[in-house]
Design a binder for this molecule. Structure first.
Ligand SMILES: [Zn+2]
Length: 409
């Protein structure tokens, strides 16, 4: 039988139970203080509160709160604890209604998309990597329409291109052209592709300026192609104009993230206190080794403890390594891009397996992302909502964890 909390609270002053919890990793450890109201305080200052009667079962189940609300709740708890037997019901009612309100305000954030300035660019990216006709155009207007339709409050633009491949393709296209030397062709192709990428990065910051409440963006970089001086200039320019992190894809760089030529990326992230999103996974691509293997990031995670790293796709096939690394390095995060859209299908984990692996990696380290337009954003969101995780865990993944990645602390 379930009773409303205020019905209980306005009766005889209830015995209040509070569980103040300090947490490490995804495990909450608590100390039972009283026996009816339980407040679980998580490390990121979020609070799960649950009001339960041992005899009647849960009366009110509420979710995670913001940092400010958590501070307020902690104050209230210590007040309640100090007032022992003469507890007034009103603070409990106020707390419960505040918590309920908070639960209904989950703002879903899609933290990894490859939206493009034009449908042409979005379609070209998909045709390159996916068999069959693209299902979505990948244009900004299409993505904004999707967000409104399926209830996504904010999305991250990831301006990226397989630049070295594109350079190789241009040089091959100019093969018969005898007017230029091979060296000139290479230089010309490199300049063209780097310029194109810089325009994409710039467009990302302009899109954020046009939709500041709905969009965020990164700076896509290739230190091998661009060279250290240009990487520095590009990152500094774009970070100064609204980008909030850096993006690399080792699989397309021809070297792992701990290669000395990649040092500039980690140094810049450290200097400007921004996070780095990196492609990751156990797979190679068209004969290349798996430069993005999560293990290749360990040296960087250790050397740059203040640089937060988001490894995409839950480690794509190396979730075990990801879980080992998240347990060891507090600066490591991962995202559900590509994977979420396939949970519950023959292409990926069952819902039960997905929930198990997400908990193993750490619910406070996984950030929700779709990888739109490559993956279906509606399926990704619906699958995440269907996972057998608690509302509090889903709230962390879909709405809260990204905030720690973008915070400069
Ligand atoms: Zn991606």
């Amino acid at each position: 039988m379930t009773k409303r909390l205020d019905q209980v609270a306005t009766g005889v002053a209830p015995e209040v139970a509070a569980m103040a919890v300090s947490a490490s990793g995804s495990r909450l450890r608590g100390e039972l203080i009283k026996d009816r109201l339980q407040l679980l305080v998580a490390p990121v200052c979020l609070v799960v509160a649950r009001v339960a009667s041992p005899a009647r079962g849960p009366l009110c189940r509420v979710g995670l709160l913001s940092v400010q609300e958590a501070g307020y709740v902690q104050q209230k708890v210590s007040h309640l604890m100090s007032s022992t037997r003469s507890i007034s019901p009103s603070p409990i009612v106020a707390l419960a209604s505040m918590m309920r309100a908070t639960m209904s305000e989950i703002q879903v954030v899609d933290f990894h998309t490859h939206v493009h300035p034009t449908a042409r660019g979005g379609l070209a990216l998909q045709r390159r990597f996916q068999p069959g006709a693209p299902q979505r155009s990948g244009s900004l207007s299409e993505m904004l329409a999707w967000m409104a339709k399926i209830g996504v409050a904010k999305a991250m633009i990831v301006p990226w291109m397989p630049a070295q491949d594109l350079v190789g393709e241009l040089v091959a296209k100019w093969k018969g052209d005898g007017k230029l030397t091979e060296a000139d062709k290479l230089r010309k192709a490199q300049n063209l592709i780097v310029q194109r990428w810089r325009r994409l990065n710039k467009w990302g910051t302009e899109a954020v300026k046009a939709h500041p409440k709905k969009l965020m963006t990164l700076v896509g970089l290739d230190p091998i192609l661009m060279g250290e001086a240009l990487v520095r200039r590009e990152a500094e320019e774009r970070l100064a104009t609204g980008a909030i992190g850096l993006k690399i894809a080792p699989l397309f760089l021809g070297c792992p993230p701990d290669d000395p030529r990649m040092e500039i990326v980690w140094r810049l992230a450290d200097k400007y206190r921004v996070f780095v999103l990196a492609q990751s996974g156990k797979g190679g691509y068209q004969g290349r080794p798996a430069w993005g293997h999560p293990q290749h990031f360990e040296q960087v995670l250790r050397s740059y403890p203040h640089v937060k790293i988001q490894l995409a796709h839950l480690g794509m096939g190396h979730e075990d390594v990801m879980a080992k690394l998240t347990a060891k390095y507090p600066n490591l995060y991962t995202d559900t891009s590509t994977r979420a859209a396939h949970f519950g299908t023959s292409h990926d984990w069952s819902y039960r397996e997905a929930a198990k692996w997400i908990r193993r990696i750490g619910v406070e380290r996984v950030v929700y992302a779709s990888n739109y337009p490559v993956a279906d954003p509606a399926a990704a969101k619906a699958n995440m909502e269907a996972l057998p995780l608690t509302p509090a865990e889903k709230r962390l993944i879909m709405s809260e964890n990204y905030k720690r990645l973008v915070s400069k602390g």
